[in-house]
Design a protein around this ligand. Structure first.
Ligand code: KG4
Ligand code: ZN
Length: 347
């Protein structure tokens, strides 16, 4: 049995997990900073790194304890190297390096996006896919369409040219005065709304495999807010925060119409790419893949099998980093102790 310790601190979760043979979760600890960032309506980088520093020691310790193993039994340490917030990434990386140095265990720097993909390997029961697989990663920081042709082998087909899908959910959530993060809260109120109430734009519909969500967010803002008064510079500085919801707007209808616009475009492009590249399956991962409408539409609109992680593995966690680490470890890959953060590391 191979035990990989996975450490994740790229954004607003301090997370650690122990995974056996890349598939079985022995422990999975996530210390979320949602409450900390909620009052700012988004992730505040300096607060995030400070909170990681405070949490990391006990999170890793708990992961090892919960797995029922001693530190000596760990075969390798996998840690998120990027992409993400520099200050946050550094906390996890430096901690992992310290552990590796003390214990002499091998160290593996993992791409966070690859981690999201390997969260699929943690679903039970698991059957190894036949490659190529079409992968849609949709999270707070990323919207990527990739063709996975083998373990660790990816061809990027497209991605967002502005906001990520999750970021759009979070920004629209803020416009609608919903709690942070916007994604799950928009999904919750959308259930009570009419998805046909507003016809929001679907950008780049027929061209490429790229996404654009910033126009959609702007269209929602125009529709639902009272135009701010005051000087232009004042308006620019705090437009989103100060935007006032029009009294005749149904939050539920806007949420439902927005959600359907985002999921339409994600599903359309993923289904088209899967067909064009002869994919055998569609894999979805990342925080937005928790969205039930997205899951349902993806299943309906393609005749390929669709997989997504269990809800607790959609958002950031250490188990996915450990799972990705296992495949790198088995392939004989190792990271040098001197490796650096890669805040904008494409897959
Ligand atoms: O993967 P993740 O934890 O962080 C990044 O790597 O960015 O994803 C967090 C994102 C947030 O933007 C959140 O609003 C979104 O995932 N999210 C959802 C849902 N649950 C989380 N978006 C839509 N529907 C959901 N149910
Ligand atoms: Zn993520």
């Amino acid at each position: 049995m191979t035990y990989i310790l996975g450490i994740e601190s790229s954004c607003d979760e301090t997370a650690a997990a122990v995974v056996i043979d890349g598939k079985t979760i022995a422990s999975n600890i996530v210390a979320s900073q949602i409450d900390l960032h909620a009052k700012h309506g988004g992730v505040f980088p300096e607060l995030a790194s400070r909170a990681h520093v405070e949490a990391i020691d006990s999170v890793v310790d708990q992961a090892v304890n919960d797995a029922g193993i001693a530190y000596e039994q760990i075969d390798a340490i996998a840690v998120t190297q990027g992409p993400g917030l520099v200050g946050s990434l550094l906390v996890g990386i430096n901690y992992a390096k310290g552990l590796a140095l003390m214990s002499g265990k091998p160290l593996l720097g993992i791409n966070h996006l690859e981690g999201h993909i390997y969260s699929l390997w943690l679903t039970q029961p698991f059957a190894e896919p036949e490659f190529p697989v079409l992968v849609l990663i949709v999270s707070g920081g990323h919207s990527e369409l990739l063709l996975m042709t083998g373990h660790g082998q990816y061809q990027r087909l497209g991605g967002t040219i502005d906001d990520a899908a999750g970021e759009a959910f979070d920004k629209v959530g803020r416009l609608l005065n919903l709690p942070f993060p916007g994604g799950p809260n928009i999904e919750r109120v959308a259930k009570m709304g009419n998805a046909h109430a507003y016809d929001f734009p679907r950008a780049l519909r027929d061209s490429s495999y790229d996404f654009s969500f910033s126009g959609l967010k702007t269209a929602v803002r125009r529709e639902v807010t009272v135009p701010p008064s005051g000087s232009r510079s004042r308006r620019r500085r705090g437009a989103e925060k100060r935007a006032q919801l029009r009294s005749d707007v149904s939050v539920n209808d806007v949420a439902a119409s927005f959600q359907v616009a985002v999921t339409d475009i994600l599903v359309e492009k993923a289904a088209r790419a899967a067909k064009a590249y002869g994919a055998t399956e569609i894999f979805m991962a990342g925080g937005v893949s928790a969205n039930q409408l997205l899951r349902e539409k993806m299943r309906k609109e393609t005749d390929l099998p669709v997989r997504y992680p269990p809800l607790n593995l959609c958002t950031d966690n250490g188990a996915m980093i450990a799972a990705a680490g296992y495949f790198r470890y088995e392939a004989g890959l190792r990271s040098d102790l001197s490796f650096d953060v890669l805040p904008t590391w494409p897959l």
